[in-house]
Design a protein around this ligand. Structure first.
Ligand code: GCB
Length: 582
């Protein structure tokens, strides 16, 4: 799936701004004709979550309705026209000029509609119904009843009732783009890179919308190279192999990016062009090591969230820039997109700035009770497909994570994840696939995962208040998992402690900044003694909003080493000493 681009052949118009908005608590929108437009809306900012924009909307999860009117630019005749949503949480139904054009389930991946036949030059009305309600057969799940699942921070119920530890922000959270391509246009591009000695090898494939005769010219530029290869389309796809002598490789230390430009040609005339940055690099699991370009890598960094005051989970570019600056300051080289795919804008900067990313699907809080299981599997498999389709060309993405902390003990968990693992590998044979587990020794899916990712809170949720005891248990636990699941690399994907900013204690006590700094530093000492550990991701980079519950003071998870407004706690300074400034 190509991100909309602006060039001689393509244009895109960002519909961000103030839209009309209303809640639909009585669920009357459709019967009252709102799909054709409504007149009682109040202004709302798009993109952003709705929850913190209105006092009466904080815990309201939908349905709600959005509407915007637009004209087309004067030169969009004879174009193929699309409307593309970066993400809408959770369920979207979309109408254009009163006609339903489609829908999408899942809150963190893009979807688009070809609106060429329906769109008018002027006075178009785009309406979106958004339902973010939590349900047992949605992923991630919520409002789960019965005794199968106990989500610990709730201790008797949290509000809203999410089956995961972050606020279920709702709405149109990433940009809505209107874009135009030529009628004969490229639909997708896939780039896979490899290395033979110092020579970079690129396998590139272009897909177009139809089967008409045409050729593709692939041109790679940068670092003294300007290489062009032209091939015929076979049906709707064209492939080429490009060799790059003395390739300038992509890595965190040197995030070199070539520019690949793909032209669609008919009878020698260019019909369409799409350009994308390409990083030449390899990622390989070799026994218990993880290799980038043939060299062992060790991940330092965080599990994170897309979360900021007022915008909620809405895209806010200055925060992205700030967060990379802070990760750079602290010496992080990587992060996990816990617990859902992050914005395409975030990943584009990871490519440019040289960060390694474990890209995760929204499969968090999964449980394996039979009711709704089939639907949850269908959704998880859709997410794997959509995530890989969207992010396959990012050199920064080094691994796919198919789930976080599933309640994996029931017997159907293993075949469930085997299917997701196989699907991920079938779509992308070049990246390792992992699953982030908390059950450790009991996680049978570790048998086939390429890398083991583990979350552990020794000295916090268990062995509370006793860091030495906690770390002894952790050390034994890691060795046992390593022994049981063979020689595979292991990443401690979460560890840490809540610290309420400004709370201090000597000797360190739980919830103080000193305790958090101590537990993080001492855990890292344990990890560094284990040859099979290839990464340490502290939970979390920043404090973040959660549902209300007795385990979450101020409806925040305080495990950030930065506050929610990005100020360092003691642990951030300690980490900077350990990880070293770049
Ligand atoms: C976990 C979860 C994460 C929580 C964290 C915590 O294991 O993966 O979503 O926020 O623990 O702080 O409890």
């Amino acid at each position: 799936m190509l991100y909309p681009q602006f060039n001689l052949f393509r244009q895109s118009n960002d519909l961000s701004g103030f839209w009309d908005f209303c809640f639909d608590r009585e669920q009357v929108g459709e019967t009252q004709g709102w799909p054709s437009g409504f007149s009682h809306g109040r202004p709302i900012a798009v993109p952003a979550s709705w929850n913190d924009q209105f006092e009466d909307g904080r815990d309201y999860l939908g349905p709600a309705w959005y509407q915007i009117r637009f004209d087309l630019p004067w030169n969009w005749q004879d174009k193929r026209i699309f409307v593309r949503f970066g993400s809408v949480n959770y369920l979207a139904t979309v109408w254009l000029n009163g006609t339903q054009i489609g829908g999408h389930e899942g809150g963190h991946l893009p979807f688009e509609f070809d609106i060429t036949a329906l769109v008018q030059p002027q006075a178009n009305c785009l309406v979106v119904r958004v339902d973010g309600e939590l349900a047992f057969d949605r992923v991630p799940p919520g409002n789960v009843t019965g005794d199968t699942v106990d989500f610990f921070p709730s201790h008797g119920g949290n509000t809203p009732q999410a089956q995961f530890d972050f606020f279920p922000f709702c709405g149109i959270q990433r940009p809505v783009l209107l874009y135009a391509t030529p009628l004969q246009a490229l639909q997708d591009i896939t780039v896979v890179t490899d290395l033979v000695g110092s020579e970079g090898k690129l396998r590139v494939r272009a897909q177009k919308y139809d089967q008409t005769e045409a050729s593709a010219r692939f041109s790679l530029r940068g670092y003294g190279q300007d290489i062009s290869v032209e091939t015929q389309f076979n049906g709707d796809s064209a492939e080429a192999l490009i060799s790059v002598p003395e390739a300038a490789l992509w890595s965190p230390a040197a995030p070199n990016l070539y520019e690949l430009s793909v032209e669609l040609l008919q009878n020698g005339a260019v019909q369409d062009v799409y350009s994308l940055p390409v990083g030449i690099r390899t990622v390989v699991v070799d026994g218990e090591r993880l290799l980038l370009n043939g060299q062992p890598i060790y991940l330092t960094g965080f599990g994170r969230h897309e979360d900021f005051p007022v915008v909620g989970r809405g895209l806010l570019p200055p925060v992205i820039v700030k967060d990379y600056a802070l990760m750079n300051w602290i010496g992080a080289n990587s992060f996990r997109t816990s617990h859902y795919p992050y914005s395409e804008e975030m990943l584009a900067l990871a490519d440019r700035l040289g960060f390694l990313v474990i890209a995760e699907t929204p499969a968090v809080g999964l449980y394996f009770r039979e009711d709704g299981l089939e639907r949850r599997l269908e959704l998880c498999s859709q997410y794997v497909r959509e995530l890989i389709t969207r992010d396959k060309n990012h050199p920064s993405v080094i691994m796919w994570s198919v789930a976080n902390e599933p309640h994996s003990k029931p017997p159907h968990a293993k075949p469930f994840f085997r299917q997701l693992y196989d699907e991920a590998h079938a779509l992308d044979s070049t990246r390792p696939v992992t699953l982030v587990s908390t059950v450790g020794l009991a996680e049978e899916s570790f048998e086939f995962c390429d890398v083991l990712c583990l979350n552990r809170y020794n000295g916090w949720y268990v062995q509370s208040g006793d860091i030495p005891k906690g770390l002894q248990v952790l050390s034994e636990d890691l060795d046992a998992i390593h022994e049981k699941y063979g020689s595979k690399p292991l990443i401690l994907a979460e560890f840490g402690a809540d610290a309420v900013s400004g709370m201090h204690a000597q000797p360190p006590e739980m919830f103080s900044e000193e305790y958090q700094a101590e537990i993080i530093a001492r855990t890292i000492e344990v990890l560094r003694q284990k040859s099979y550990v290839v990464g340490e991701h502290v939970w979390n980079m920043c404090d973040f909003k959660t549902c209300q519950g007795v385990g979450r003071v101020g409806a925040l998870n305080h495990k950030g080493v930065f506050t929610r407004d990005r100020r360092p706690k003691l642990a951030a300074h300690r980490l900077r000493e350990i990880w070293g400034a770049k």
